[in-house]
Design a protein around this ligand. Structure first.
Ligand SMILES: [Zn+2]
Length: 402
């Protein structure tokens, strides 16, 4: 990271100031023991400019000085600077099929008390967003206006950014719902809205398994299968908001119909809904299985338990899910050449198939990529989408504007 220098008048001057301020702030955030002199060295800003920026950030509460760094020199002992995670808060809202949940999240990615409301089946978008807005109001009730950065929301389905239009949500049966506009109308301020797996990816990138990674691919197998791609430290959303929809990679041409209308998508074989459907079909076709007459066990955890007890059908379905997930990991590596792939979601975690996905992926990855790419499980389990939704706001504020 180096500083910006400009010669082109006032507007550029202001942008430059903002960029340099963001640069210093993110440096203090990334390296918790920096002195002003070290910041000047790393950014190539003048010591006077650094002092001006640091004083300003300290006045606004973003950073604080925390005592002397240990140096070899006798005499001058420069103060170290620390980022203050509690300086600002963002509201994160996670809209799920059956529940909406929300919490205040600080700049360190730590959520405070989580509030929840149930979402009834097949509810109208207006009603669902009324619930979400009600919850957001409850969560931010006692926050001083100056401390609140904004509101972020994670929703399932394809989302056009930055308009926050839910183009298509097969599980909610929504099409072209202007979620951002509807939430802003209800709450009277800016609301950032994006797809839930992209929010998850941001949370993992800011605070979890992919911290400070430059390029990474995320594959999440839960109710559906979603994905996200971070390139050069930024979410890559594509032209229509659908980049990284790894769940709709075709893995079996001519296979079963997917909710998206295509056939043989990864989601058909490796999502919670897909697995449940495959169990039902196999039993209807006469397969003998421990899962028969026990629909409550047609979950990733239930399948893993049955497979462990020797059930052939459960074992086979999990094996196929792992093979296809691995295939898509390998394809993603071939397409994006990331340094890291992060795997998350109940099908992988509760289904106990991380190692098998890794093995299948490694088998299919191009030879030269094999040694370079790391595949890791996600680190944040609780409230990851709430944290991710808040991260939509936090990254907008902390990222350099240029
Ligand atoms: Zn599909």
């Amino acid at each position: 990271m180096t500083a910006m220098h400009s010669t082109k008048g006032k507007v550029d001057g202001r942008l430059m100031q903002q960029a340099n301020r963001a640069l210093v702030l993110n440096l203090v955030r990334a390296q918790p023991t920096l002195s002003r002199a070290a910041i000047a060295r790393q950014t190539r800003l003048s010591p006077a400019a650094v002092s001006g920026i640091v004083d300003h950030l300290a006045r606004e509460g973003w950073v604080k000085e925390i005592g002397a760094a240990v140096t070899g020199n006798v005499g001058r002992r420069p103060l170290r600077l620390a980022f203050v995670p509690e300086a600002r808060l963002a509201v994160g809202i996670d809209l799920d099929l059956h529940e909406v949940s929300a919490a205040l999240v600080d700049l360190g990615g730590t959520p405070r008390e989580v509030h929840r409301l149930p979402v009834p089946d097949d509810a109208d978008p207006r009603f669902v967003l009324d619930l979400a807005a009600e919850l957001a109001r409850r969560v931010m009730r006692d926050v001083p206006a100056g401390q609140l950065l904004g509101i972020g929301m994670a929703i399932p389905g394809m989302v056009r950014w930055p308009e926050g239009i839910n183009l298509f949500s097969p599980n909610f049966h929504w099409r072209d719902v202007p979620v951002r506009a509807m939430m802003e109308e209800r709450l009277g301020g800016v609301v950032f809205v994006d797809n839930e797996v992209r929010a998850l990816a941001l949370a993992e990138h800011q605070y979890g398994a992919a911290r400070w990674a430059r390029s990474c691919v995320f594959l999440d197998a839960g109710t559906g299968v979603g994905g996200a791609v971070i390139l050069e430290g930024q979410l890559y959303r594509g032209m229509h908001g659908a980049a990284g929809e790894l769940g709709h990679n075709t893995v079996a041409p001519g296979g079963p119909i997917c909710a998206c209308g295509n056939q043989g998508c990864l989601e058909v074989f490796a999502s919670g809904i897909g697995l449940e459907r495959r169990v039902g079909e196999a039993l209807a076709a006469g397969s003998a299985s421990l899962l028969a007459d026990k629909q409550e066990t047609w979950t990733p955890g239930g399948l893993a338990a049955a497979a462990h007890a020797g059930d052939g059908l459960a074992g086979e379905l999990l094996e196929h899910a792992a093979e296809y997930l691995g295939l898509v990991v390998a394809n993603a590596v071939a397409n994006w050449d990331p340094e890291l792939v992060v795997l998350s979601g109940p099908v992988i975690r509760e289904g106990g198939i991380f190692d098998r996905v890794l093995a299948a992926g490694t088998r299919s990855v191009l030879e030269p990529a094999r040694a370079r790419v790391r595949v890791a499980p996600a680190l944040i389990e609780a409230n990851v989408k709430i944290i991710g939704a808040a991260s939509l706001v936090i990254t907008e504020h902390l990222a350099a504007p240029l």
